[in-house]
Design a protein around this ligand. Structure first.
Ligand SMILES: *Cc1c(COP(=O)(O)O)cnc(C)c1O
Length: 387
């Protein structure tokens, strides 16, 4: 199929699946660790190439993984992609592949917590330093760049507080200086934002969330140029072995087919619920990128074609017991980490930011595929606890 001719939903359903093995409508799972060759010469050549076909070992490549990697690359508008055993595996690999001793990174301070932990504790042991930035002002990001900076790390919207970065303004500078830009695009999915088209080098996802979409796998992906992905496969994946396994890749592929319809449903429900939450007097502020009141509304409209099912709000009451009771009393929102699946979730987060060091509670809500009215009623009942 010529991908230029078709839209997002059609690519999700069919791209890269022209070949039907024995007519099977879904691709089989290549559940094997190694591949055999007729001639030893071919085996040795495949081992030194470390690419897709001819395959020699599933730690390097496998046809089941190839299908989902090609589809994800096409959706993100990159030449290539590599899937991993989790989002963290993808993100840490993308970072590690761009630093050496003495490197410096510029990192958004509201990025996903464990990523900041990798940088602040683990990479620090190897002499890699970082500067945390608020990120909402691109000149602040650019000013933090030093001669030894090798990576600018972005997440837009950022975890929990949903702050945006002006990707075009930042990549104009990183491109000019030859600095790698890495982004966590988990929130948007390629349906709502394709960072590579705005100059980002490595676009990463926790595919555990929307891409998988059913809370039944952990997975991650890096999308980038063929050159970068091949380099990462050879130098990092080959030695770290942090790969996705064929059955999980097959489930990811199955989940992807419905990404568009699911995401549109999550988005509509979250827009309804966020508007309701914002209308309540118990609430100080709602952090949701598509609300008219959103601080960076102009940037949202310029860069994104939609929002998603995840948002947070800060209650006026900052009493821990009341916040726990609010979360406990919800019937349809499960108390749990993660998001992006079929089921609604709630979690309270106690946080500080570099622009506001006062610790405060925000409550993060994830809207699943339940009926929006049911979710609104559930939250409405619990709101009294926050008065
Ligand atoms: C969940 C998440 C990750 C980590 O992904 P895992 O698959 O859990 O390793 C990274 N970034 C964001 C924004 C996430 O929500």
């Amino acid at each position: 199929m010529d991908p230029e001719e078709y839209g997002f939903g059609t690519l999700l359903a069919h791209f890269g699946e022209d070949e039907k093995l024995k007519g099977a409508v879904t691709p089989p799972i290549f559940q094997n660790s190694l591949f055999l060759f007729e001639h030893t010469e071919e085996l040795l050549s495949s081992m030194s190439n470390m690419q897709g076909e001819p395959y020699h070992y599933s730690r390097i490549s496998n046809p089941t993984l190839d299908i989902v990697e090609n589809k994800l690359a096409r959706l993100e508008g990159t030449e290539s992609a590599k899937v991993f055993g989790s989002g963290m595996a993808a993100l840490t690999t993308a970072l590690i592949s761009n630093v050496s001793q003495g490197s410096h990174m510029v990192v958004v301070d509201t990025a996903y917590g464990p990523v900041r932990t990798v940088l602040a504790t683990w990479l620090k042991k190897f002499g890699v330093s970082m500067t945390l930035v608020d990120g909402r002002d691109p000149s602040e990001v650019i000013d933090a760049i030093r001669p030894e900076t090798s990576v600018v790390y972005l997440e837009s919207p950022s975890s929990i507080l949903m702050r945006l970065q002006d990707i075009d303004a930042i990549t104009a500078e990183t491109r000019r200086r030859g600095i790698a830009t890495v982004i966590d695009n988990t929130y948007n999915t390629p349906l709502h934002f394709q960072p590579a088209k705005h100059g980002v080098d490595l676009v990463c996802h926790s595919a555990t969330k929307y891409l998988g979409g059913h809370s039944d796998i952990t997975a991650g992906v890096i999308c980038g140029s063929s050159k970068d992905i091949h380099r990462i496969t050879r130098h990092e994946v080959n030695v770290l072995g942090n790969i996705l396994h064929p059955f999980q890749a097959w489930l990811l592929q199955r989940g992807l087919r419905t990404l568009k319809v699911r995401l549109k449903a999550h988005e509509a429900t979250a827009n309804t619920l966020a508007a309701f939450v914002e209308s309540r007097q118990e609430v100080e502020v709602v952090n949701h990128i598509s609300l008219a009141s959103f601080q960076q509304k102009e940037l949202y409209s310029r860069l994104f074609s939609g929002s998603g099912g995840l948002f947070s709000f800060e209650p006026k009451v900052q009493d821990k017991a009341k916040i726990m009771e609010f979360c406990d009393s919800l019937k349809l929102f499960g108390r749990g980490v993660s998001w992006g699946g079929f089921e609604s979730l709630v979690i309270p987060i106690h946080l500080t930011t570099i622009d506001d060091p006062t610790p405060r509670y925000v409550i993060r809500l994830y809207c699943g595929l339940e009926e929006p009215e049911d979710l609104v009623r559930d939250v409405e009942k619990a709101m009294r606890i926050l008065s």
